[in-house]
Ligand binder design. Structure first.
Ligand code: SF4
Length: 332
């Protein structure tokens, strides 16, 4: 059965890393912004790679903010466009700052336009969970109420700007394994998060992208809309700093490049259709599992990067976690 029978004609959400130094010209960036408006892409997250790209981001925000819900994602202090330059954004996200350095975002937060939603995003990684908890503790102390645990940006880790498909490989598996939390990691994270969030009641919110991590954390108030499976290349698109379009930052399989094609053509192209068919075909081991109707193969990006679409999501840990059930669910 198809998980996402719609195969959307435009993504609902585009994550765009702006990198003038990586080969996307100002002209091409503006043309892409015009395309996003014409395609009626509603959720656009812009993440400038550096100060120069931050200035361009400010211009693109000014051009697009009447047409889209724009989140400015800031991954380093010098990538913030500056006070008064981000009018029109709806949200400001501090993305994956190193532990102990969230204080450096204080100036950014102070200079955010009034009324925007402020959030902190972190990527859980083995051996760095104390750092992640520290980031959240710092964020809560700064008055931030929205926190997000995201899947890793494997495009940046794997491809380093390559514009051709990166074949699944064992080295890919090694790069992915540090993001796959085991049972004890998840329990440790759950205890830490419970302690941090308890004093804040309903005021603070935690969003967890990964299905298995979401279920393992099982924190009070951790709601989730109905799970529809991996949205890579359907509702989600990622534009890397060099202009390469990927189905998602966690799925390092290039679909095209905005330097050579329009986003519309890339989205309508054969590469995306093939990708969606591969995403929707469950690996054999998942098809034979009684729980696949629920996880729908989960993160196909993690599976692809760990060796190919024929593998299950390495986060599944069905046997390790609960003797045959999805983590967080009683074994039947
Ligand atoms: S590949 Fe799919 S499940 Fe994984 S992070 Fe991207 S959209 Fe989410």
């Amino acid at each position: 059965m198809s998980k996402n029978p719609g195969l959307l004609s435009a993504p609902v959400r585009v994550f765009w890393e702006l990198g003038l130094k990586s080969g996307v010209s100002r002209e091409r960036a503006f043309r892409t912004a015009e395309e996003l408006i014409a395609l009626k892409v509603f959720y656009v997250t812009i993440r400038p790679a550096d100060g120069q790209s931050a200035r361009l981001a400010a211009e693109l925000i000014e051009k697009s903010s009447r047409f889209a819900h724009i989140t400015l994602s800031v991954a380093s202090p010098d990538a913030f466009p500056g006070q008064g330059k981000t009018v029109g954004i709806k949200a400001l996200d501090i993305y994956n700052f190193p532990a102990g350095r969230l204080q450096e975002s204080t100036t950014i937060l102070k200079n955010a336009p009034a009324g925007v939603a402020l959030s902190v995003t972190a990527v859980p990684e083995k051996g760095k969970l104390d750092g992640l908890l520290e980031i959240i503790r710092e964020g809560l102390a700064l008055g931030i109420k929205i926190f997000s645990l995201a899947n890793p940006n494997l495009v940046n880790i794997h491809c380093s700007g390559a514009d051709k498909p990166v074949p699944p490989s064992p080295s890919g598996g090694e790069a992915v394994s540090r993001f796959i939390l085991g049972k004890s990691d998840r329990e440790y994270l759950k205890r830490g998060l419970e302690a941090l969030f308890a004093p804040h009641g309903d005021e603070a919110r935690l969003l967890v992208h990964d299905l298995f991590l979401h279920e393992a954390l099982n924190l009070p108030g951790l709601g989730r809309a109905e799970y529809a499976g991996c949205q890579a290349g359907d509702a989600i698109a990622f534009i890397a700093a060099d202009g390469t379009v990927y189905p998602c930052a966690t799925l390092p399989l290039p679909l095209g490049n905005i330097n050579g094609e329009s986003l519309k053509d890339i989205w309508a192209g054969a590469a995306r259709r093939k990708l969606r068919a591969e995403i929707e075909a469950l690996p054999g081991v998942c098809a034979a599992c009684g729980l696949s109707a629920r996880c729908l193969g989960a993160c196909r990006g993690l599976a692809f990067a760990s060796g190919g679409f024929g593998l299950p999501d390495p986060s599944c840990g069905r046997d390790e976690q609960s003797g045959g059930s999805v983590p967080g669910e009683k074994a039947s």
